[in-house]
Design a protein around this ligand. Structure first.
Ligand SMILES: Nc1ncnc2c1ncn2[C@@H]1O[C@H](COP(=O)(O)OP(=O)(O)OP(=O)(O)O)[C@@H](O)[C@H]1O
Ligand SMILES: [Mg+2]
Length: 248
């Protein structure tokens, strides 16, 4: 669902790592409720783009606004931004010595100052939503990779984010666990969450994305609705990329 109401807006964004130009004049607007899938070759800047949106990576030129405000640089406003933009990475980064439920409730209690009982109730509901309510008292190492990644999603959702960023959330998973994580993401998308998703899962892009964005060499080369993009990529770079990944 797209609303024509922008939540994340990048305008003329540039980022260099030393001499390396990793984001080269990137402009992208993501509407509230929209699901944008970002694809492109390794090193094209996809992770940097995601990290720039919640300011894990500061940019050198251009502007990024989130919900109408320029990204804050530090302090409480930055902490607020980070809680409003949930992020799920390839590695789950759960706290090993905390239970699954504690992993999910820690942020709400510490950062959002929720009452422990209320955070616990919501945490259990979120674990139920991602299909692992019965694992609440276990520790991360006792769960499969797919289950841990679903905990990571529940933990991000516990902060009541306005948007979710996913950076290759299924790349580290055994193949049989990819589906259960994509199912949770698909359901989030259907519920209207604003999502930016870096993934090689073209099935997800086809059925869950409103828009596919193709990056190469730090540039946003092409963007289109999934059906249009997969049937009719315009640039040679995108054609070449698709011919490689779709023939595996
Ligand atoms: N902290 C850093 N310092 C220096 N160079 C970096 C840093 N992070 C990323 N880069 C470089 O920036 C470029 C873009 O990296 P980025 O991780 O955004 O690419 P990507 O599209 O996510 O690639 P992949 O598909 O492999 O994850 C790469 O050339 C990478 O080596
Ligand atoms: Mg990456």
């Amino acid at each position: 669902m797209t609303t024509g109401d922008p939540l994340i807006v990048l305008d003329g964004v540039h980022k260099w790592f030393g001499p390396l130009h990793v984001l080269d004049d990137v402009s992208l607007s993501v509407d509230r409720g929209e699901v944008v899938v970002v694809i492109g070759p390794s090193g094209s800047g996809k992770s940097t783009l995601c990290r720039a949106i919640n300011r894990l990576e500061p940019i050198n030129e251009g502007t990024i606004t989130f919900d109408g405000q320029p990204l804050p640089a530090e302090g409480k406003p930055l902490a607020k931004l980070r809680s409003e933009v949930g992020m799920v990475f390839q590695s789950f980064n759960l706290f090993a010595h905390k239970t699954i439920l504690e992993n999910v409730t820690l942020g709400p209690v510490k950062v959002r100052k929720e009452k422990p009982a209320a955070a616990r109730e919501r945490g259990l509901a979120l674990l139920d939503r991602v299909g692992i309510a019965n694992q609440a008292d276990k520790y991360p190492a006792q769960l499969s990779g797919g289950q841990q990644q679903r905990v990571a999603i529940a933990r991000a959702l516990a902060m009541q984010p306005k948007a979710m960023l996913f950076d290759e959330p299924t790349s580290a998973l055994d193949p049989e666990m990819v589906g259960e994580v994509l199912d949770v993401m698909t359901s989030l998308a259907r519920d209207g969450m604003t999502m930016v998703v870096v993934t090689h899962e073209m099935g997800f892009a086809r059925h869950a994305a409103n828009r596919v964005v193709f990056m190469a060499d730090g540039k946003l080369v092409e963007e289109a609705a999934p059906a249009e993009f997969f049937a009719n990529p315009r640039s040679d770079r995108a054609k070449d990329f698709l011919s490689k990944i779709l023939t595996h």
